[in-house]
Design a protein around this ligand. Structure first.
Ligand code: BGP
Length: 479
């Protein structure tokens, strides 16, 4: 056994991650259908819609829909990929918009213009030896599927998604080896419209609808894994979890148990996708909450036989939980999971706790649990960037956040975890998923565009651009 801690392996996949709906724009171009995100305005109506509480299926006059133009990646991807290549990216995580391929979701034939867009995009990446890492579903459901079937609450979506998966696997089998099925699949429980296109009806059992939709996505995910393994040689298909440790506020066993239960709400999905079966604790939860899932004959077998090859996860922050009502009053805002304020840690401008060590704990926890390669497919700091008088963004705060997290990643690897890559979120500024804002930026590359949709869309390098380039060049040594 080697006695030296080596840190990052030579083939470590450094890069960045984006999603179609937050980046591409061109929301109705070349035959693309409308998606759920295209109906999310910026401002106060956004959150209730994301919770599935406010059906709104036609864009309202005069309101700003950030995803309609986003950062116009659809037309500018060559320029952007050249910048990623300049930073030395080994990989770029991006998503395919289902509605570019099947505009209504249930069309007979795929839309050739949509397929061609991604074909060209993957060629451009290959030109620079950048490995595409592709998410099949990143928070965007074709709107027609919501209107016609009630989205993922309906079993019909399983076969439609399988058809979509098979179509893109077949088309891109020589160009894309790394795939993810559903982005942050556990987000469905917290933002059901975002995760699964769900809009609730008055008086229905929302838990039941959510877990039924979850079952459909889990089966669809397993069928996608099956299809990928059949179609693409050497394929790697992963799941994707919004991860982040939950700490008990005290050593009171009630708090400790509560923290474990909160984490299990998320692990539930990966337990099914990676271990291939519903965990016992979920069965108990279903029984106690009158959740009787409709399953088809063969579902259990599909889940069992087609588990994922690796575990992808996003990590932004950790959480704290307590069973003491007094302590519970001290809850931070901003993070969709909700959390007690952690007195040991700082928060971002949006209230997300900054916890680099939590990344080490989370990664170790996931590896202990699943014993499969891990891929950190999102991480980063959303911040307001102000260009100085020379038009430069000196984003020391972002560098510091990333440096501390990358340092912990080295520890993770030295802990014996098989960590295969890191794609930081939004390497170029994009639209924020939770707020719809441009103001919340993650990029190494600044995009001139504001919350109201004004700006030239010009790209420029921030200080962190040069820093991340050195990090990759030195394989994580020069932080
Ligand atoms: C994750 C999503 C991304 C993303 C990121 C940052 O939940 O997978 O789509 O945007 O979080 O969140 P936000 O954009 O709200 O800051």
């Amino acid at each position: 056994m080697a006695n030296k801690m080596n840190g990052f392996p030579n083939d470590f996949l450094w890069g960045g991650a984006i999603a179609a709906n937050q980046t591409e724009g061109a929301y109705l171009e070349d035959g693309k259908g409308l998606t759920t995100v295209d109906l999310l305005p910026i401002g106060e109506k956004r959150f209730p819609i994301m919770l599935g509480k406010l059906p709104s299926f036609s864009p309202l006059e005069g309101e700003f829909y950030p995803s309609h133009e986003a950062i116009d990646f659809y037309h500018r991807y060559k320029e952007d990929i050249a910048l990623f290549a300049e930073m030395g990216f080994k990989t770029l995580r991006l998503s395919i918009s289902w509605a570019r391929i099947f505009p209504n979701g249930d069309d007979e034939e795929p839309n050739e213009a949509g397929l061609k867009f991604y074909d060209d995009l993957f060629d451009e990446l290959r030109k620079y030896d950048i490995e595409p890492l592709v998410t099949l579903a990143h928070f965007d459901v074709p709107v027609h599927l919501v209107e016609a079937y009630g989205s993922w609450r309906n079993r019909k979506l399983v076969s439609l998604f399988e058809k979509y998966s098979r179509t893109v696997f077949t088309r891109f089998k020589d160009k894309v080896k790394y795939w993810l099925t559903f982005n942050e699949i556990n987000m469905l429980l917290h933002l059901p419209y975002v995760g699964a296109g769900l809009v609730f009806e008055e008086g229905e059992n929302e838990q039941l609808v959510k877990y039924q939709a979850a079952h459909h996505q889990l089966v669809a995910s397993a069928l996608a894994v099956k299809a990928g393994h059949e179609i693409i040689p050497d394929v790697q298909i992963g799941c994707m979890l919004a991860a982040g440790m939950t700490y008990p506020y005290t050593s009171n066993p009630d708090d400790v148990y509560d923290a474990m239960s909160k984490d299990r709400e998320s692990f539930f999905f990966i337990d099914v996708q990676s271990r291939g079966e519903y965990p016992g604790y979920a069965k108990r939860f279903f029984e106690e909450n009158n959740i009787e899932l409709e399953m088809e004959k063969g579902d259990e077998e599909v889940l069992k036989n087609h588990t994922v090859d690796y575990i992808g996860f996003s990590y932004y922050s950790s959480r704290v939980t307590s069973t003491d009502p007094k302590v519970q009053e001290n809850t931070t805002s901003g993070n969709v999971f909700g959390s007690i304020t952690n007195p040991y840690l700082e928060k971002s401008e949006w209230g997300w706790t900054i916890d680099p060590k939590g990344l080490r704990i989370t990664a170790n926890q996931l590896y202990d649990r699943y014993q499969k390669p891990l891929f950190i497919v999102e991480n980063g700091l959303g911040a307001v960037d102000e260009p100085n008088a020379d038009g430069e963004v000196i984003d020391e705060y972002r560098i510091e956040y990333l440096r501390e997290h990358i340092n912990e990643m080295r520890e993770v690897i030295n802990d014996g975890v098989d960590l295969i890559g890191y794609t930081s979120w939004g390497p170029i500024d994009i639209v924020s998923a939770s707020t719809g804002e441009m103001k919340k930026r993650y990029g190494y590359i600044y995009v001139d565009r504001d919350n109201a949709g004004n700006g030239t869309l010009n790209r420029s390098k921030k200080k962190s651009f040069h820093w991340y380039k050195k990090v990759i060049e030195s394989n994580g040594e020069n932080l």
